[in-house]
Design a protein around this ligand. Sequence first.
Ligand code: GAP
Length: 502
Amino acid sequence: MKADIIEVAKRRGFFWKSSDIYQGISGFYDYGPIGSLLKRRFESLWRRYFLGLDDNFHEIESSLIMPENVFAASGHLQSFVDPIVRCSKCGHAERADHILEDILKESFEGLKAGEMMAIIKKHGIKCSKCKGAFSEVGTLNMMFPINVGTGNDVKKAYLIPETAQGAYVNFKACFDVMRRRLPLGLAIVGRAFRNEISPRQGLIRMREFTQAELQIFFDPEMIGSHERFDSIANYKLKLFPVKNRGNQKTEEIQAKEALSFLPKFYVYHMARVQQFYLDILRLPKEKFRFRELAEEERAFYNKYHWDIEIFLESTGWKEIAGLHYRTDHDLAGHEKTSKTSMHVNIDGKGILPHVLEISMGVDRNIYMLLELGYEEEKERTVIRFPRLLSPMDAGVFPLVNKDGLPEKAAEIKSLLEAAGFKAFYDDGGSIGRRYRRIDEIGVPAGITIDHDTLKSNTVTLRDRDTMRQIRVNIRDLSLTMKHFLEGEDMGKLGTIVETKQG
Ligand code: GAP
């Protein structure tokens, strides 16, 4: 069994409960110095990869507070609800599907209220606080309402429950300034707020969290095509379709085979999302899958909806992202409610674009990376983050604090920083202790300056994951670090050297 990741995260400076000195409120977390670096890196990598998919994909920034009309148009006012039960004795409220999930260890998402209540009654499930009986299953809207302004000028508004609406309300303005072409991608990396009834498991279910979402607006007539489909046609997708719920089998099929049940535009982006996780983040293939959602489980705005799931020891398969075909649900809603046309004209043809959404929870991804990477070994604990994502690139260590080694180490640190790497200097304690310290926060490279450095102008480069070391000429250090961070095997970067200290 893995350690308590939330405890590890706090001890090592990744994240902890917000306003902790006042006991805080559940569902709110703050990132510490190491966690902030990790989160920024994830977001930068996300931007580089997803905005790089097309030259008409752009990042925008929009308000965290939006007027009520936006959510009347999007359907959130009416449909963004969770099923809850309330204890008839003490009034304690819980999410009905979560109680069932916790006790019966299977998913009950999407079940109708009556069906959930029947299961609660059948199993005699009682309030966890006072053992009272639960009332009927009701619903609670998950948005945080707020009043903006004072006196007669108060406007009803909400904290945004997803970044997506920012892209929809800005679609027309962005289309006009970005050369009037489709597909147009609008990305937002920012906060979202949901009044979760039972926030839990640290960053998995929060009340304030960060999403990285890309809304791709396209001509619905083009859903059966993608100009770069051939580049992924033979790529194998890992799919867990609804029809396999019984046997729990994940299938591996080529992207072109998926065209028998999904449109090309959707499948192309499935492949790109999978490549982000397997090729860029280098997650183990067996821990990744797309899970198809049944009609009753899908978000109210989706026609096709497959979640991206990662297998975690603590939770089993966990949703960390989704690929949503939202049709014209949102633009049509905003057109109707705002009375502003969302149609565009391309070559004389009036089009109401459809939307494909790639939606990720940044914090859930961070939690997943932390849990997947964390390992307690015999002589050390280590977090094996993907090298490119680690909070820092390298620790730089003088072997001893004399003979000119500290000065040389400071020089190497500056050299690495000038080349764009994030390095830090540490001369405290034995070299073994210093290696352990970087292992514990997942820094991939340990660079040591020893007496040979002064003679041969070389340093040792130690790989966090295998503890193997190579000697690298200082002249080649930046290039070697670049290849190392991109995932190159140590054996290919130099000759492995024997050392006393791991
Ligand atoms: N715009 C679509 C949308 O928001 P979603 O499935 O509700 O879809 C997308 O959320 C992603 O946001 C999820 O896959 C998850 O990673 C993250 N997410 C959703 N609710 C969350 C919460 N309460 N705490 C942390 N992350 C959450």
